[in-house]
Design a protein around this ligand. Structure first.
Ligand code: ZN
Length: 392
C-alpha cells in the first residue's frame, strides 16, 4: 500500500513521460520536472509557486525531516544529490544555449548567401558528435564549435586543449574532437557526391575577456565578433554554386541523427527519492475517505495523526481530516483502525488522545511506551525496506 502511494505520487509527475528525448527538448523538460516538484511540495500556495526552485524544496524537506527527528536522512540525501545534478544540468544547458545564441547572432553578419545549420547531430555507428553549427557559403563549408568558458585557454601543438589558471588543466584533445566532426560531416557530404570538398573548422570563444593561445595549426580560433569574417573566408573565391549549396544543405539535414540524446540523469530514481521522502495524506474523520493529497507547507509540520480542517466532498463542507504519513506508525491503515474503532466524535475530534487510544488498543499484551520517537524509528525502518524493495 505504501509502495502504491509512492507510485501514485510518481504517477502525478508528468515530466519526462516519454522514453527518450532529443537534446533540444531537454531544457524544457528539466524545467517541467523542477516545476512539478515545486508544486507538489508547496501545494497550497499557488501564487508563489513561480518563484520557487528546487533548493526551496530541499530546504522544506530538510526542515520536515528535522522536525520528524531525521527519519529520512538517506532518502533526503539522495534527493538532494539528485537535485544538485539536475540543477547543474539545467545551468550547463542554459549557459551552453546562451553561448551558442551569442555566437550564432554574429553569423547574421555574413554578407554572402549562406545556410546556417545549428546543432547538427551526426552518428555513424562508431562515433556520435554534435556540430554546434555548419555554415555553408559559396566559398566554404565551415564547422563552428562554440566554447563558453571563463578560463584562459591554451591549445598546444598536438591539439591538447587546456584551461589555464593556477594549473594547466587538460580538458580534451580538441584536434581529435574536431577531426571526428569533420569525418562525420564528410561522410554526410559524400552521399551527395561532395566528399572531396574542403571543410574548415573554427572554434569560437564567446567570452572575449579570456586569453586564447592556439599553437595547433589545424584549428582556427576566434571570438564571437570575428566569427562572420572567419566563416566567410575569402569571399572572392566561389567554390559552390547555389545548386551545390542547396544540395549540401539537404544532404546534411538528411544525415542528421534523429536519435535520442543520452541524458545522464536517472529521472525515475529521482522521482522515487522525492516521492518516498515526502508522502502525506489526509483522511476524513467523518466519512473515512481520503482527501486531496496535501504536502505540508514549510514550517507547518505537526505530529503524525494530527487533525486538519479540509473540504470533504461527501459532506460538502470542511471536516477534520487526520494526517497520515506513508510508512509511519500513523499511516492510512492506522487511521482506519482508529476510524473504525469509533475514536472520532461527530465533530471529528478524538475521544481519546492518539497515544491513549493506541495504548488502549495494545492492551493487555503490551504496555509499551508509544511515543513519537518509536513511531519514527519504525517509519525509518520501513522506509529502508521500501527502498530495498525498489532495488535502490
Ligand atoms: Zn468526509
Amino acid at each position: 500500500m505504501r509502495t502504491e502511494r509512492v507510485n501514485e505520487l510518481k504517477a502525478n509527475m508528468k515530466s519526462f513521460g516519454k522514453d527518450a528525448y532529443q537534446k533540444s527538448e531537454l531544457l524544457d523538460e528539466m524545467f517541467a520536472l523542477q516545476q512539478e516538484i515545486v508544486s507538489l511540495t508547496f501545494n497550497q500556495d499557488h501564487a508563489a509557486l513561480a518563484e520557487l526552485r528546487i533548493w526551496d524544496v530541499e530546504k522544506h524537506l530538510e526542515q520536515m525531516n528535522e522536525e520528524l527527528g531525521n527519519v529520512a536522512d538517506e532518502e533526503l540525501q539522495r534527493f538532494i544529490d539528485g537535485s544538485k545534478t539536475l540543477c547543474n544540468l539545467i545551468k550547463a544547458e542554459i549557459s551552453g544555449n546562451r553561448g551558442e545564441a551569442k555566437a550564432f547572432r554574429t553569423l547574421e553578419y555574413i554578407k554572402s548567401k549562406n545556410y546556417v545549420l545549428k546543432n547538427v547531430e551526426l552518428n555513424d555507428g562508431d562515433f556520435r558528435t554534435e556540430l554546434d553549427a555548419v555554415v555553408i557559403t559559396p566559398s566554404a563549408i565551415t564547422i563552428v564549435e562554440v566554447k563558453n568558458t571563463a578560463k584562459d585557454i591554451f591549445i598546444d601543438e598536438a591539439g591538447n586543449y587546456f584551461r589555464t589558471g593556477e594549473f594547466l588543466r587538460l580538458d580534451c584533445n580538441i584536434a581529435e574532437k574536431m577531426q571526428i566532426k569533420e569525418t562525420l560531416l564528410r561522410k554526410a557530404l559524400s552521399t551527395a557526391g561532395y566528399d572531396e570538398v574542403e571543410i574548415n573548422s573554427v572554434v569560437v570563444f564567446t567570452n572575449n575577456r579570456i586569453e586564447v593561445q592556439n599553437k595547433f595549426e589545424g584549428i582556427r580560433t576566434c571570438f564571437s565578433s570575428q566569427l562572420s569574417y572567419k566563416v566567410e573566408g575569402d569571399r572572392s573565391r566561389t567554390v559552390f554554386s547555389d545548386k551545390d549549396m542547396e544540395a549540401i544543405k539537404v544532404c546534411i539535414e538528411q544525415a542528421e541523427s534523429k536519435e535520442t540524446y543520452p541524458f545522464e540523469f536517472d529521472v525515475e530514481q529521482y522521482k522515487t527519492d522525492y516521492a518516498s521522502t515526502i508522502v502525506h495524506e489526509f483522511y476524513c474523520t467523518q466519512c473515512g475517505e481520503r482527501g486531496i493529497p496535501v504536502h505540508r507547507k514549510y514550517g507547518q509540520f505537526r505530529e503524525v495523526g494530527h487533525l486538519k480542517k479540509l473540504y470533504c466532498l461527501a459532506y460538502g463542507k470542511e471536516t477534520n481530516h487526520a494526517e497520515c504519513i506513508s510508512a509511519s506508525k500513523y499511516d492510512s491503515s492506522m487511521f482506519f483502525d482508529e476510524y473504525e474503532s469509533g475514536n472520532f466524535d461527530s465533530e471529528g475530534n478524538r475521544i481519546l488522545s492518539l497515544s491513549e487510544w493506541k495504548q488502549k488498543k495494545q492492551e493487555p499484551e503490551s504496555i509499551a511506551d508509544i511515543d513519537q520517537e518509536d513511531d519514527l524509528s519504525e517509519w525509518y525502518e520501513f522506509l529502508t525496506s521500501l527502498l530495498r524493495a525498489f532495488n535502490i
